[in-house]
Design a protein around this ligand. Structure first.
Ligand code: FES
Ligand code: FES
Length: 164
């Protein structure tokens, strides 16, 4: 008898339904089953943050969760944040301020940063460093990542004020 589980997810606004082994990690569901390859696999041990997604409003490292644990939940990946023709202010700021080099950490960084700025729209440098501490970058030395997040925060605050 199959021990596969019936799982339903909503990923980037789209409902997905499938049968999966209880041991299937969410990062593999996203990348291999659903072909959503923005979240990357860096360590698979919850250290690097390359696999970060948002699940029901919280930042989660998708290598630390089974697909079955995400049953019924709403997931947002970098693909749901913005695309080439409609960059999110964070994506635009990372591009403008050289917040990436190889780009491997970037989907996870930006996905985490969207939550950080939702929780704290005007963070200090220290708050950004603390809030991003679960995401590792091997290339940039972090300074331009901080600058990018600060620039996006300023841009988003200005846009919000203008809209009020
Ligand atoms: S791949 Fe998930 S934290 Fe590194
Ligand atoms: S840009 Fe290469 S790991 Fe961050």
């Amino acid at each position: 008898m199959s021990n596969k589980m019936h799982i339903k997810l909503n990923v980037n606004g789209k409902d997905e339904e499938f049968l999966a082994e209880p041991r299937e990690l969410l990062i593999y569901t996203l990348r291999e089953r659903l072909n959503i390859t923005g979240p990357h696999i860096g360590c698979e041990t919850s250290h690097c943050g390359a696999c970060t997604v948002t699940i029901d409003g919280k930042s989660v490292k998708s290598c630390t969760m089974f697909a079955a644990q995400a049953d019924g939940k709403e997931i947002t990946t970098i693909e749901g944040i913005g695309g080439p023709d409609d960059l999110h202010p964070l994506q635009a700021a990372f591009k403008e301020h050289h917040g990436l080099q190889c780009g491997y950490c970037t989907p996870g960084m930006i996905t985490r940063a969207t939550k950080l700025l939702e929780e704290n729209p005007n963070p200090t440098e220290e708050e950004i460093r603390f809030g991003m501490a679960g995401n590792i970058c091997r290339c940039t030395g972090y300074q331009n990542i901080i600058k990018s997040i600060q620039a996006a925060a300023a841009e988003m605050s200005a846009a919000k004020e203008a809209a009020e």
